[in-house]
Design a protein around this ligand. Structure first.
Ligand code: 7TS
Length: 405
């Protein structure tokens, strides 16, 4: 089990008070907090070996390049990619998905073909496909879910020869549902479609093995896994990446360019990383991965499952509370979206804030899902390694008080 007390000492933010109360941070699905180790690793880069990467012959630049490329190896190992060349550094999950939609999508999706996503996607894995479908006159179709937020297997069977890509979230940022992505890739590959997994809510919280899942692409964000903002990862199978055109062009992504001739691209993955990258952010991501590995992803998953199970059990006891998503914490990530009958979730978030408790209220960038559930907004608590059952109690106690009032 995680030694939460010890973990919390690495996060100075928890020593701060909000409205006179110690901060209880339950908005980890939006962004996590960062430990000192991550901040120190970035400081060290800026203070001790700040230089651009891939160009200097001098020691400082060589050191920066070495550290930057070592993080690529670390990321590859973290998600069990076959090689670091399958790891592209991007800004965040959103950019990773857009890269696939633009680079792979533009040249592979044709009129009348099908792009398949689910009803529970974040806008990041919805809008790029909507735009591509409109541009290509392709069809954007949806894998439906039941009322508990579980994908309906009979809909999976609807994948057909016209399906070019299935782009699916690994874990829903609203319902918490963990989708069986392994089964989806198996069915998609059977009809010749490729699969992109939006792993924004899974990679930070559970062991993820891209070879086991067998997805063709997988995207996630550093800032949801203790890393800094502005750095994310797109994993892609090497053969697939070699065959597609870059999305952005400029410095660092070409091998040769002259007047008149067409430029030649750099190798994969560097052909996808135009311009000076987020060097400090990448180094911070490396430190975040070290930190997570130090705890162990299996233990992180167990800790969150335990907290989620406890939160679900306590919340259903509150009169008028409606909790969304699968009832079994085994089937869900550490995200609990809920409503208290008769109370606007934004009011609830404000009341909780006055008690030092940070949760999110709104549509969570999943408006189509809200439509499907017949809701406008919900409140949402989401957990991470540093959260405790006492914090869940603090949340439910306020909810009970609000209810009584
Ligand atoms: N996909 C999922 C499943 C997400 O939860 C998010 C962010 C994204 C993609 C986009 O990630 P980004 O790093 O590119 O912004 N989700 C949330 C959330 O639930 N609340 O704020 C951001």
């Amino acid at each position: 089990m995680i030694d939460v007390k010890k973990v919390r000492q690495d996060f100075p933010i928890f020593k701060q008070k909000v409205h006179g109360k110690l901060l209880i941070y339950l908005d980890n699905a939006a962004t996590s907090q960062r430990p000192l180790q991550v901040i120190q690793a970035m400081n060290e880069y800026y203070l001790m070996y700040n230089a651009n990467v891939h160009r200097g012959i001098y020691s400082l630049s060589e050191k920066a390049t070495k550290e930057y490329e070592e993080v690529r190896e670390k990321v590859a190992e973290f998600i069990n990619a076959k090689s670091p060349e399958e790891i592209i550094f991007v800004k965040n999950t959103t950019e990773g998905i857009n890269l696939v939609a633009h680079s792979w999508g533009r040249s592979n999706v044709k009129k009348g073909e099908k792009i398949l996503i689910t009803e529970m996607e974040h806008h990041s894995n919805f809008v790029p496909w909507q735009i591509l479908a409109e541009e290509k006159e392709a069809c954007l179709d949806f894998i439906k879910m039941d009322d508990e937020g579980l994908l309906m297997t009979e809909c999976l069977e609807r994948m057909d020869e016209e399906t070019r890509i299935v782009s699916i979230t690994h874990a829903s940022n609203v319902l918490g549902t963990i989708n069986s992505v392994r089964e989806i890739t198996r069915l998609a590959h059977k009809v010749g479609a490729i699969v992109l997994v939006d792993a924004a809510q899974s990679v930070p919280h559970m062991p993820v093995d891209v070879q086991e899942i067998d997805s063709d692409f997988l995207a996630f964000s550093g800032h949801k896994m203790l890393g800094p903002t502005g750095i994310g990862v797109l994993y892609g199978k090497k053969g697939l990446l070699d065959g597609i055109e870059p999305f952005m062009s400029g410095g660092d992504m070409i091998s040769e360019v002259h007047f008149g001739d067409n430029a030649k691209w750099n190798e994969t993955p560097w052909k996808f990383e135009a311009g000076t990258p987020n060097i400090a952010g990448t180094i911070g991501l490396g430190a975040a991965i070290d930190y997570l590995n130090g705890i162990g992803m299996k233990d992180i998953r167990e800790h969150e499952k335990d907290l989620t199970g406890y939160a679900l059990k306590e919340m259903v006891k509150i009169e008028g509370a409606e909790v969304y998503g699968p009832k079994d914490s085994e089937l869900r990530a550490g995200v609990v979206a809920f409503n208290l009958r008769g109370i606007d979730p934004h009011d609830l978030a404000s009341i909780l804030d006055s008690e030092g408790i940070a949760i999110r209220a709104g549509h969570h960038c999943a408006q189509p899902l809200m439509d499907r559930l017949g809701l406008r907004t919900t409140a949402r608590a989401s957990f991470y390694i540093y959260n405790t059952k006492e914090e869940v109690d603090a949340l439910t106690n306020v909810l009970k008080r609000v209810r009584r009032r």
